[in-house]
Design a protein around this ligand. Structure first.
Ligand SMILES: Nc1ncnc2c1ncn2[C@@H]1O[C@H](COP(=O)(O)OP(=O)(O)OP(=O)(O)O)[C@@H](O)[C@H]1O
Ligand SMILES: [Mg+2]
Length: 254
């Protein structure tokens, strides 16, 4: 389990750190290990329907993620990993079952609250980076901070220093390597100071040396107190996690 001590050197908004000191009781039947729950997934099923065809992408999955934990979700292609990550990230809704983020039941939340939760508590790193090609690195990182009205401008320089890219602020994504683009995507996911970072195959398109750097960065962010969930096929990354969740045909094992 990663340390939950806040470190002063992180350099970006510390909104998520205050949550770490917020006591919250463990779910019924859960062993009390000290850290409260960041995510509770309870009997979640996701069925995609196209015409008469049904795909049960997630099938009655139950698990918890504690604050400060580093969880690796693994499984074969089509096992439901991206679907599960999108459900946890409140980007999609389950067909049945419930998901709680920081103790809040997503299904009970009004749209405006859900939007705030997504913006302020959850950082999402997409497999293919999802950077806007016409914006600079700094503008890409700042973009999510501009959603939802007046807010304090983010310290983009500090964020880019955190991912060792301060010298690339004015570059465009096409001028970056894959590893650099992934670091920009991570900086962007952190811009609103989330408590939970969700990353879909963050090393999926990278060579082993570049992957190692991303793995170190994710581990260091987790060491700063961020709860990290990665979907990965990368054994080196999964080996750094506190715990693994194996998905097989939509069902959770281990
Ligand atoms: N929007 C959708 N509509 C219909 N079926 C979908 C949709 N999204 C995913 N699926 C199906 O749900 C199942 C799980 O897909 P998912 O993308 O979650 O798998 P995955 O484990 O992330 O796979 P990969 O490792 O290839 O990324 C697959 O059978 C997929 O075809
Ligand atoms: Mg996927």
């Amino acid at each position: 389990m990663a340390s939950l001590q806040a470190r002063p050197s992180c350099g970006y908004s510390d909104g998520w750190r205050s949550l770490l000191t917020n006591p919250q009781s463990a779910a019924p039947g859960e062993p009390s290990t000290g850290a409260p729950l960041a995510v509770a997934v309870r009997g979640v099923t996701k069925v995609y329907r196209r015409g008469i065809e049904e795909v049960r992408a997630i099938d009655d999955v139950t698990f918890d993620i504690r604050r400060g934990e580093f969880l690796a979700i693994t499984g074969h292609s089509g096992a439901g990993k991206t679907t599960l990550l999108q459900l946890i990230g409140a980007m999609d809704t389950p067909t049945s079952g419930s998901i709680l983020i920081n103790g809040h039941e997503l299904a009970d939340m009004q749209d405006s609250k859900l939007t705030r939760l997504r913006r302020d508590e959850i950082g999402f790193v997409f497999q293919h980076f999802g950077l806007l090609p016409t914006l600079t690195v700094a503008e890409n990182v700042a973009l999510p901070a501009s959603f939802g009205g007046k807010r304090k401008p983010p310290d983009v320089k500090a964020l880019l220093e955190r991912v060792s890219l301060q010298h690339r602020m004015t570059h465009r994504p096409s001028e970056l390597s894959g590893g650099e683009m992934q670091r920009v995507a991570i900086a962007r996911a952190l811009v609103n100071g989330p408590s939970l970072l969700l990353a879909d195959e963050p090393t999926g398109n990278l060579d082993s040396g570049t992957s190692e750097r991303i793995i170190d960065l994710l581990q260091s962010l987790n060491g700063d107190g961020l709860t990290v969930v990665v979907v990965t096929h990368n054994e080196a990354l999964a080996a750094k996690s506190d715990r693994r969740l194996l998905l097989r045909d939509g069902k959770a094992e281990g």
